[in-house]
Ligand binder design. Structure first.
Ligand SMILES: NC(=O)c1ccc[n+]([C@@H]2O[C@H](COP(=O)([O-])OP(=O)(O)OC[C@H]3O[C@@H](n4cnc5c(N)ncnc54)[C@H](O)[C@@H]3O)[C@@H](O)[C@H]2O)c1
Ligand SMILES: [Zn+2]
Ligand SMILES: [Zn+2]
Length: 345
């Protein structure tokens, strides 16, 4: 094995400051595994880190290797980890839970009070190798393509949202057709939604939503979204909204068109506080749920079942580029003409 590796490092605080560095290959410590990265995916979080938005500035101490969505092969293990893990194809749960805080002890590891995130608090996967706790290295089905195995982490967010409420036989609205909303669309269909209506202003992404199983895609810039959504949903709005736009107007509209007694799973992360009319929303018996990461590891189990029964989310991968072309990848994402972009180290 090489002693050094190429990796993409956030070198300093402030916007930009991403560089390709040569660093020593990490050595797995007790309880850790070393993984040779096969494919890594760029997430919105990586863009926040590049642009040094508040979310990143509050959490990141550069220099750090970024990236947290990937698949690869275990090539070495640290003390206490079975040698049998060497050779396994794995993806990663990006949240490292402490297993000691009151929420971990209550079975809510995804809400751990001491969460450390890969590519945020510890070195990430935009690298030839990454070391992570053995527990977080989730064994992939090698029969599933590597492109899909590289995006299990964001797919898990979509699966978590769609399993937070019951979906079967219901009318579901999915707001925001970025990669996660698109995957939520397909998951909702697979879980037996009677109709899935997507909301997305970007026409390139709207077209992919149909491929992912949307029955209707509405453009909120071209219609009165509240009226149009009600019209599509028996005149009274959808049973469930899976919100993945993170857009303030998009979220506010959902609180208006959701049917009385309906449920909104808020997965998107807006940059600012979102004013909501509490009286209008909650007097109608509307339920709002927050969403953080994936349940460890129940969500992964459901996701595995969906993939093994033939669910194919590969239409939301738009590009695969060599890792050296990371600047081009970020430009493509910012152009709005891309979905998941995978980097090959
Ligand atoms: N809750 C979690 O644990 C978790 C984890 C990962 C990501 N996220 C969040 O989930 C969201 C989706 O992630 P992604 O990678 O798919 O993001 P993305 O930015 O690629 O997708 C958001 C989409 O929303 C669309 N949009 C903008 N305004 C809209 C409106 N008014 N109505 C409907 N759609 C609108 C955009 O055109 C875009 O296609 C992001 O906000 C992200 O931060 C949450
Ligand atoms: Zn991510
Ligand atoms: Zn904890």
């Amino acid at each position: 094995m090489n002693k050094t590796m190429k990796c993409i490092v956030k070198t300093n605080a402030g916007p930009g400051n991403l560089e390709m560095w040569e660093k020593p290959v990490p050595v797995p410590g007790p309880g850790e595994v070393l993984i040779k990265v096969h494919l890594a995916a760029i997430c919105g979080t990586d863009i926040h880190i590049k642009d040094w938005e508040e979310f990143a500035a509050n959490r990141i101490i550069p220099p750090i290797i970024i990236g947290h969505e990937f698949c690869g092969e275990i090539v070495a293990v640290g003390h206490g980890v079975s040698e049998e893990r060497v050779g396994q194809l794995v993806s990663a749960e990006s949240h490292i839970a402490c297993h000691r805080c009151s929420l971990c002890l209550d079975g809510k590891e995804n809400l751990c009070l001491n969460t450390k995130a890969i590519g945020v608090h510890i070195d990430g996967c935009f690298a030839e190798y990454i070391k992570i706790p053995s527990e977080n290295a989730y064994v992939c089905n090698p029969a599933i393509s590597e492109e899909i195995n590289a995006i299990l982490e964001p797919l898990g967010v979509a699966v978590h949202a769609a399993t937070k409420v019951s979906i079967g036989g219901k009318i579901i609205a999915v707001t925001g057709c970025g990669p996660i909303g698109l995957m939520a669309t397909m998951v909702a269909k697979r879980l037996g939604a009677s109709k899935v209506i997507c909301v997305e202003p970007n026409s390139y992404r709207a077209a992919v939503a149909y491929k992912m199983g949307a029955d209707v895609v509405l453009n909120p810039k071209e219609c009165n979204i509240v009226d149009e959504m009600r019209y599509e949903c028996e005149g009274i709005g959808p049973d469930v909204v899976l919100e993945f736009s993170g857009n303030i107007e998009g979220i506010q509209a959902a609180t208006k068109y959701i049917r009385a007694g309906g449920e909104i799973v808020v997965g998107g992360l807006p940059n600012h506080e979102v004013p909501i009319n509490f009286t209008e929303t909650f007097y109608r018996g509307v339920n709002l749920y927050g969403l953080s990461g994936r349940e460890m590891y129940h969500t992964w189990k459901v996701m595995n079942g969906l993939l093994n029964s033939g669910m194919d989310v590969s239409d939301c991968v738009s590009h695969i580029l060599p890792m050296e072309e990371y600047n081009k990848a970020f430009e493509l994402l910012e152009s709005g003409q891309a979905l998941k972009i995978l980097l090959r180290p």
